[in-house]
Design a protein around this ligand. Sequence first.
Ligand SMILES: [Ca+2]
Ligand SMILES: [Ca+2]
Length: 145
Amino acid sequence: MNWGTEVKRLARLAAAFAMVFPAVLVGTAQPASAQNDLRASCGEGYYCTYNDAGWRGCIALFEGNDANYSDNACYDGYVPFPVDNRITSVYNHGYPGSPDDIRSFRHPNYVEMIWFVPQGWYYSNVDEWCGALPCNDQASSHMWV
Ligand SMILES: [Ca+2]
Ligand SMILES: [Ca+2]
């Protein structure tokens, strides 16, 4: 099964749903950019995280490992927001090679892995890719492997 295609299909479904029920999904005033799929803003070589589902809301780009998100910011336009315990969707746009996969952890310093993103993969909601405990709004560090 091609998960990338499946994820894209689900993303399209979600987008169609958003067009049908905009008032439900856009309950609060947000900048227009918050509603865009920001995968195209994730440059080659980066692991990108987004605070909202569907690669929306607020993007942070990481070239290397990060042991603690407490000092990291994501950007929605020019406004920085905290990343720690807020990540909901991700895109591993790392260069193929080694290391090129991502391990994401619930706690700082790479403690308790909660999801794994192979090179080139993207998850519109991390909760669909983790175990019994919630992963949404939990990540606090990541490592390339
Ligand atoms: Ca979030
Ligand atoms: Ca955490």
